[in-house]
Design a protein around this ligand. Structure first.
Ligand SMILES: [Zn+2]
Length: 320
């Protein structure tokens, strides 16, 4: 490529210079001449210099300097054009691979194809949410909730309202302790129970020391106003992706229903990358939020629920 440009540039410069006196030659010939016969040509040009006015033959040094300048310009322009193309391509790639939503071209049906890292969204066999039915009724070990009044911040991440909580909140189940990282909301509820969904759901996302995820889902029906949800709405940030951190605390126990019976099954994250190996704990009893509170979330996110996925004969257990 570099040689090609050099030959082209030589041809361009020389055809406009002293060697243009040999019109019968092709540009490529000039280029070759300039490289191979530069010195012998100098003598011939000097002989003719007196009667061939006003043109003065360029010296080899001058030609070399012109070529160098022109090459530098070409390289600079090419670099600028390439950088511009790369920036545009990166922006398009990022839009195609990083953006996802709940409808259209970036909707749930397309998640698995938009980004190789999200392939599980399409190919996974243990995806969430599911329509929970045909659970096996057994004596399930109670989930030990250890939630304390905590500092928090509220984040609108463009997909939901997420409440990040301080450390020290955990659940323990089957000898494993999972720390609460955050909770967030969907409207309507993602999970269904025997075909029935609710107005909203809260997902409390926990992680253990090995990075295993356990999500507690609390279904929300329309009814009485909910104190903690109101506190979260009171602190909704005005801008997306800029968390608002009030000085007050919240008691996450308020998000839990009184009865602690639950369904449990193995599933996935319900958003890209749809990673599997997630332990789901879906509380049987619902909590309530007022129609006004549900409408407030609906203004931000009228629909942010992934459709139910094939349960594929997965084992679902439920409290007796
Ligand atoms: Zn969720």
């Amino acid at each position: 490529m570099r040689i090609g440009i050099a030959v082209f540039s030589c041809a361009l410069l020389l055809s406009q210079g002293a060697l243009a006196r040999e019109p019968q030659k092709s540009s490529a010939d000039f280029a070759t001449d300039a490289i191979t016969k530069g010195d012998s040509r100098k003598g011939a040009q000097a002989d003719k210099a007196q009667d061939a006015k006003p043109a003065r033959a360029l010296t080899n040094d001058e030609i070399a300097a012109m070529i160098k300048t022109r090459l530098a310009e070409i390289r600079k322009n090419r670099a600028a054009r390439l950088a511009d193309e790369r920036t545009k391509a990166a922006a398009e790639l990022s839009e195609r691979t990083e953006h996802w939503s709940y409808d259209g071209e970036s909707g749930p049906e397309k998640w698995g194809k938009r980004n190789p890292a999200w392939a599980t969204c399409a190919s996974g066999k243990r995806q969430s949410p599911i329509d929970i039915r045909d659970g096996i009724k057994v004596d399930l070990e109670p989930v030990m909730f250890d939630y304390l009044p905590s500092r928090f911040n509220v984040l609108d991440n463009g997909h939901t309202v997420q409440v990040n909580v301080g450390s020290g909140n955990s659940i323990t189940l089957t000898g494993r302790k999972y720390e609460l990282e955050h909770f967030h909301f969907h409207r309507p509820s993602e999970e269904k129970i025997n075909g029935r969904g609710t107005e909203m759901v809260a997902h409390l996302v926990h992680k253990d020391g090995d990075g295993r995820i356990a999500v507690v889902a609390v279904l929300i029906d329309s009814g009485a106003a909910h104190g903690l949800i109101q506190t979260v709405w009171n602190n909704l940030p005005l801008e997306k992706n800029e968390p608002l951190a009030p000085i007050s605390t919240i008691d996450i126990n308020q998000l839990l229903p009184q009865r602690r019976d639950y369904y449990t099954y193995m599933g996935s994250l319900t958003t890209p990358p749809c990673s599997e190996g997630v332990l789901w704990i879906v509380m049987k009893e619902t909590i309530q939020a007022s129609p006004q509170q549900i409408a407030i979330f609906g203004k931000l996110y009228p629909m942010n629920a992934r459709p139910v996925q094939d349960a594929s004969g997965r084992l679902i257990k439920e409290s007796n």
